[in-house]
Design a protein around this ligand. Structure first.
Ligand code: NFS
Length: 657
């Protein structure tokens, strides 16, 4: 479609008001000149429905939909008699079921690939991290001594398959949690069986006429979410590490300035590392590089976006062009010669933007076609049948580039790839990997606690602003920040993913960062890698001195710009695991209702974590710091100064002798 035909009557958005990402601002201004519409324009025209926003609408049967939109949420009930608490909890449960389905389905695809590799059917991928294979296998009770790696891997497959299919009992990774956390789960009957079973039951219990007591529905909500965090997502991370390598710190470049005018630019956006890994092979093929040169390019430039990009930024240092709210804007550069997607977080609006700049948009996964996109299906047993075609099409588009190319200059550097294994090594040293030094620094108060700041960016918040403000505030208060997902790119663009950013932290945290040579903000990978935070929390409990369960730790989580149902599932598995979790933007319950109070208070009384909500990142930081201090007091750490503890300097001095 010619650009002139594109929307004439755009609601006038001011780029600097809707995003703090300079490159995105520049591209939105260009999009306006080009007459191209993006999600930012559509959001200005689309007011969120206030009833749906608060989950006060039930459309689970056709006697309705029923809207409980009176001032007093208890003034009305649905046609069947469903109360506001039933309606909100059912809606919340379905969001958690959907988010869990997304992560567990992704994890299952990784496991299917692993199966193909260990059975020898898939030849293009190998086990790249045998150390991790052995670790996870022995953790799962599989004998590893004097055995072939492939035999061990086959047994591991059998065990991990239960994450999905187990009809009774407890899924394998739940035994990773501290004993006291597991006990608390058992007491509430929320230890998950296989994810398929839990999602199925969640959907059934939210059907008309089923579970109609919010205090019972919440149990299935927690159980389903735990099947995500300690199930599907954890499998995706662990199998990803075994097949593609466990991340170690690597320097990488982020922002739109990673695109190159004189090269064939290919962007990969989505979630599954297999597609990206095979694309890396294709773009390194000398024959294809030759073809690109024959077309006048100096080379082929492969770049990631969103979680796919984070998988490869953390593992291989592949450049990253931006997060969720920049995916349309990057096409406006005119520099993208192929835009390739697989699953999740892919806006349908990308098709028309790509169309405006004659960029071919490829869908590659049978689970996610988009009307109007080119579908070239990716199969793991013949990956290059897909990836080579994409490279060839990109070269063709480069040769015939018909739009002027405008690439924002901004490019930032950061250090990424802090797996929980590496944190162990980094803080504990080569021969004595341990979380003890982290715990010691928390106990002595140099680090007050740890906060996970994660999740999406959302058009309803000036892009990146809440992430950056919140993280700056937290590190200033000596809270170590760990990150995953799109949040991580927001901070990398702000320059906080470098060890040099240590001076922005409070005196205690900056001292530790300088001693270790680490940034005050540690990027742990994609969104499924939130499970690295769970595992790190388990290690902190195991290292001692910070209580017996995850709920005892001085830690908290936040998703200040969330937008997806996956984020709700993640939030709930953190809460059910014992973590105070604060969301921004909006929250799908009505304050003052019984279900809302259960999420924001009652669950903590049951030994879990609880939800928090604040729009302003400074409020959010204050709530998190208060919570961390509350946990420190409960652990008796407020008297910390009198204790004699070994700090990093002492450890170094001791090591030198
Ligand atoms: Ni996670 Fe949000 Fe999507 Fe990744 Fe980005 S938007 S919930 S961070 S790409 S999943």
């Amino acid at each position: 479609m010619p650009i002139e035909k594109k929307l004439q009557k755009l609601e006038s958005i001011n780029p600097s008001e809707v995003t703090t990402c300079e490159s995105t601002q520049q591209m939105l201004a260009k999009a306006k000149r080009d007459g191209v519409q993006t999600a930012f324009d559509r959001a200005a025209e689309m007011k969120p429905c206030p009833i749906g926003e608060k989950s006060a609408c039930c459309k689970n049967c056709f006697m309705g939909p029923c809207r409980l939109n009176s001032k007093d949420p208890y003034a009305k009930v649905g046609v069947c008699g469903a109360t506001i608490d039933t309606i909100q909890s059912r809606n919340f449960g379905r969001m958690v079921a959907t988010g869990t389905a997304s992560h567990t389905d992704h994890g299952m695809e990784m496991l299917k690939l692993f199966k193909g590799v260990v059975e020898g059917r898939i030849k293009d991928y190998q086990i790249q991290d045998t150390e991790k294979l052995l670790e996870v296998a022995s953790e799962m009770g599989i004998k590893t001594q004097d055995r072939e790696h492939m035999d061990i891997a086959r047994d591991l497959y059998q065990v991990l398959e239960k994450t999905y299919t187990q009809l009774e009992g407890e899924i394998p990774f739940t035994r990773r949690a501290p004993a006291k956390t597991q006990e608390m789960w058992r007491q509430h009957g929320v230890v998950p069986r296989g994810a398929m079973r839990e999602i199925m039951e969640m959907m059934n219990r939210t059907h008309m006429g089923m579970d109609q007591d919010y205090s019972n529905i919440i149990k299935q909500i927690s159980r389903t979410a735990l099947a995500d965090g300690w199930g599907g997502s954890m499998v995706a991370t662990e199998i990803g590490d075994i097949l593609f390598g466990t991340p170690k710190p690597v320097q990488g470049e982020v922002n739109m300035g990673v695109l190159k005018e004189d090269q064939v630019n290919i962007i990969i956006h989505g979630h599954e590392p297999n597609l990206f890994d095979s694309m890396l092979v294709s773009v390194s093929d000398p024959a294809l590089i030759e073809k690109a040169k024959a077309a006048g390019a100096t080379g082929i430039n492969l770049v990631g976006m969103c979680c796919s990009g984070l998988e490869m930024l953390s593992r291989r240092g592949v450049p990253h062009a931006g997060n969720f709210m920049s995916t349309e804007a990057v096409l406006v550069t005119g520099a993208v010669d192929s835009f390739v997607v697989d699953v999740q977080c892919i806006k349908q609006g990308l098709v028309s933007v790509a169309d405006c700049y004659a960029t071919p948009l490829f869908t590659t996964n049978d689970r996610a076609h988009i009307e109007g996109a080119h579908h070239v299906e990716f199969h793991e047993d013949q990956p290059r049948d897909c990836t080579d075609v994409i490279v060839e099409m990109a070269i063709k588009r480069f040769a015939g580039r018909e739009h002027p190319v405008v690439i924002p200059k901004r490019k930032d550097t950061g250090v990424f790839g802090f797996s929980h294994e590496y944190i162990n090594y980094m803080l504990g040293g080569t021969f004595r990997g341990s979380y003890a030094p982290l715990n010691q620094n928390i106990i002595n108060g140099k680090i007050r606690g740890v906060a996970g700041v994660v999740g999406c960016t959302n058009v309803r918040v000036p892009q990146d602003s809440a992430h950056v403000e919140l993280v700056k505030e937290l590190i200033k208060k000596d809270v170590l920040v760990v990150q995953t997902g799109c949040a991580q790119i927001a901070l990398a663009k702000a320059g906080l993913s470098l060890p040099e950013a240590a001076h922005l932290a409070g005196p205690g945290l900056s001292e530790v960062c300088e001693a270790v040579g680490m940034p005050p903000v540690l990027g742990l990978g994609a969104c499924v890698d939130n499970t690295r935070i769970l595992t790190a929390a388990c290690n902190m409990v195991a290292a001692g001195g910070l209580g017996e369960s995850i709920a005892d730790l001085p830690v908290a989580g936040a998703a200040p710009e969330f937008m997806s149902e996956k984020a709700i599932a993640i939030g709930q598995y953190f809460v059910a695991s014992g973590v105070y979790t604060v969301f921004g933007v909006t929250f799908p319950t009505i304050a003052g209702t019984k279900f809302h109070d259960l999420l924001f208070d009652g669950l903590e009384k049951q030994g879990m974590g609880k939800w928090g909500f604040a729009v302003d990142p400074h409020d959010m930081a204050r709530m998190i710091v208060e919570h961390i201090e509350k946990k420190r007091r409960a652990l008796g750490l407020d008297k910390g100064k009198e204790r004699v503890l070994v700090d990093m300097a002492d450890r170094r001095a001791a090591a030198a002798h």
